[in-house]
Structure formats: C-alpha cells, structure tokens
Design a protein around this ligand. Structure first.
Ligand code: SAM
Length: 381
C-alpha cells in the first residue's frame, strides 16, 4: 500500500470551500484551503479517485520538490538535483507549465523554458538520450509554482484541465466552463430532490452537470485521458477497481431535468452533448423562449441558469433581465432560482430581492451568482 503524501487540487476563484467539502466527502486527509487551491493527503489510488470524481477541481498535482530560489541559476540547479529517470518515462513527451507570483521571477514562459532545459540536460547527462518536449499534446506535465522565492515543483496527474469532461464537443455562444457550472450548482445546494430547469441552456452544460450531481455520476467518467496513465507507477488494475466502485454508486432519480433555449442551433448542440454524456434518457431539451414560458412542475422547481450577458439578440440587455424578473415572479411560483451573470448592471434589473449574492469569475469576467426564492406566500408578506 502507498503511504499518504501531499496532493494539491487547483480550482477557480470562489470554489475553494466547495472543493474542500468534496475532498472531505471523498475521504481526503488533512484538507487545507488556500487561494484557488486545496491541499490534502492521500495515496496513489486517491489521485485516481479524485481525478475521476471531483466536480470543482481543474487539475490535481503531486508536489515532488519544494525549495527556495532567488535567481534562475538556483532554479536550474534545484531542478537538476532530481533523478528524473525515476520519474519521467524516457519514451514519453513532456511540457512544463508555470504559475508565478512575486517580484523575483516575472516571465512564466521563461521560467517554463529554464525548468525544461534543466530537465532535458539532466536526463541527457544521465542517460545519453534527449527526452522529447511536446507543448500541444504532452504525455507528461510538470508544474512549477513560484511565490517570490518559494518554489514548488509538481507532477500534474490530470493533463488537460479537468473541466474538459469528455461530453461537450458542440458549443453555442459563450458556453460556461463545466467546473464553474458544477460549482454554481453546488453553491445552490442542488441535491436533485426537485425538478430542474435551465431556461437559457446554450449547449446544456448546466443541465448535464445537474444530472451528474443528482445521480452521483463521477464528474470525469466520460473523460478519455488522464496524465497519471503515463506515470511510471501507473496501476491500471487499481484504477479500474476504483472506477468500478464509483460507478456502483450511481443512482438515477425520478425527477425532470430540462434545458431550454430560444435558438434551434442551441437545442441541436445540447442534444448532442446530452447524448455524449449518456443522459438522453434523463434530460429533456426543448426550444422555448423563457419570457413566454411558465412553470411546468407540480412541486418545487430549481432553476440554475446563465442568461446572455452581452447584447440581447433583439436589443436591450437591461430589458431582458427585467423581463426575466417578471417571468419568474408571475409564472414561476414555488421556484428556487439561481442566476449567474457577468453583466453586473443588468442583473440589478431583475427587480426581485436576492436572498444571496456570491462573487465568482466567469472566464476573466467578474460575475455575480444571485439567488431568488419565488413563493406566493412570501410575496404577499
Ligand atoms: C450565455 S448563453 C448560455 C450558455 C450555457 N450555459 C452553456 O454552457 O452553453 C445564453 C443562452 O441564452 C439563450 N437565450 C437568449 N434569449 C433567450 C430567451 N428569451 N429564452 C431562452 N433562451 C434565450 C441564447 O440563445 C444562449 O444560448
């Protein structure tokens, strides 16, 4: 059995506590929240399990060296102190990613280059063979994080970002990042106990993530590749045992999960993505103008949605938000609605009292996730 070691899961702004909670539920040890990351302890199997399961992580790193460096020579030397032949399989390509804060180093491309040179030189010296570097599609990723002098060198177990779940190839305008979509749903406390609607579904990211949460489907079950498959200690049997045990916990529920959009092209793309996620049986996609719709569920309804935040197709964005507010108020009684928007002026035009506002970042845009509880009784009061 592997001993536990430190692992770092990176996430988006505003998702740290959700990720820590997911990790604790999965059984991680010594969970600690940082800035856009959570550190914890686990073993090799836990690296597989967390890559498969975590909804709010964008990548999972295993630190292999921590050191201080005040200049590029110290950086180069520290990296070449490692026996890379023990870590990097010689027939695999690699790349280096760097994240830099502070004043000592200020060019992340240059730092990546320096780290890469140090690794290539060391392996050439030790083996006489030059390892291959591949920026576009590497087998192996190495990550250097520098905060002033403090450097952490890690190997990246995920590869391409974990938001690339493996179900979304067709996208409509401004698709939301899958990790952000899952995080919004977790912020909204979505557990799959009511019917669900995303009335501005675009490419159906939110309904798909909603179904995966409701039915306990591991976030990355549809993903084809993880970087840890190229690690020297890759244990295929262990991976399949872990995957199998996660799949056994999937439990569909008799609820309606609906995505709708005004555009036929969005409906077509949503149908493709839902099928890729193997959820056609559970998610209904329809063409509908939300402003002409009304609630179609007997009990409570959860709405989680991401309306347009740029220009409205037919004109004024403020008017769209004001119309969303009136539609909710008059046509969607008994609904718990969560709306994320990067248009911080327009969202004020919804005209309903938000019981919660959570600051998030969508791409590079400051955004607000607002919660509106629509209940007849509370309106009268
Ligand atoms: C920001 S996008 C949603 C992106 C989506 N979350 C995704 O991941 O692809 C907003 C969507 O709202 C749709 N839309 C705009 N006005 C609408 C209306 N009145 N009723 C329904 N959908 C509308 C647009 O067609 C667009 O697909």
């Amino acid at each position: 059995m592997d001993k536990n070691f430190e692992i770092i899961a990176k996430t988006l702004f505003g998702m740290e506590s959700l990720l820590a909670n997911e990790l604790t539920m999965l059984g991680a040890q010594k969970v600690r929240i940082g800035n856009r990351m959570v550190s914890f302890y686990g073993d090799k199997g836990f690296i597989y399990k967390s890559n498969l399961s975590l909804r709010t992580a964008i990548r999972i790193l295993k630190p292999i060296l921590k050191f201080n460096a005040s200049n590029e020579f110290e950086l180069y030397n520290a990296i070449s102190s490692i026996d890379w032949t023990n870590i990097l399989p010689l027939n695999k390509s690699f790349r280096v990613d760097s994240v830099i804060y502070g004043k000592i180093f200020n060019n992340s491309l240059y730092v990546s280059q320096k780290v890469k040179d140090s690794i290539v030189d060391k392996i050439k010296f030790d083996t006489g063979t030059r390892p291959s570097v591949n920026i576009e599609d590497p087998d192996f990723r190495i990550n250097i994080h520098i905060d002033n002098k403090k450097c952490t060198l890690s190997i990246d177990s995920s590869g391409i970002s974990l938001h690339q779940r493996g179900y979304r190839f067709a996208t409509e305008i401004a698709p939301i990042n899958e990790v952000l979509a899952a995080g919004i749903l977790l912020h909204s406390n979505w557990k799959g106990n009511t019917d669900f609607l995303d009335p501005f579904c675009g490419s159906a990211t939110i309904p798909i993530e909603a179904a995966m949460i409701a039915f306990n489907i591991p976030a990355n079950v549809n993903r084809k590749k993880f970087s840890f498959e190229n690690w020297k200690d890759w244990d295929e049997d262990l991976f399949y045992i872990i995957e199998e045990s996660l799949l056994k916990k999937i439990k569909p529920k008799p609820i309606k999960i609906i995505g709708s959009d005004i555009l036929s092209s969005a409906v077509e793309k949503s149908l493709i993505n839902v099928e890729n996620a193997n959820l056609s049986e559970f998610i209904q996609i329809k063409k509908q103008n939300f402003l002409e719709s009304s609630k179609n569920s007997k009990g409570s309804l959860k709405i989680v949605t991401n309306p347009p935040y740029g220009e409205r197709i037919d004109g004024n964005i403020n008017a769209l938000y004001s119309d969303i507010g009136s539609t909710l108020k008059h046509k969607y009684d008994n609904t718990d609605a969560w709306i994320i928007s990067s248009n911080l002026e327009a969202i004020k035009k919804i005209g309903l009292k938000a019981s919660k506002k959570i600051k998030l970042i969508n791409g590079k845009l400051d955004s607000s996730l607002n919660n509106y509880s629509i209940y007849k009784g509370s309106k009268k009061k």
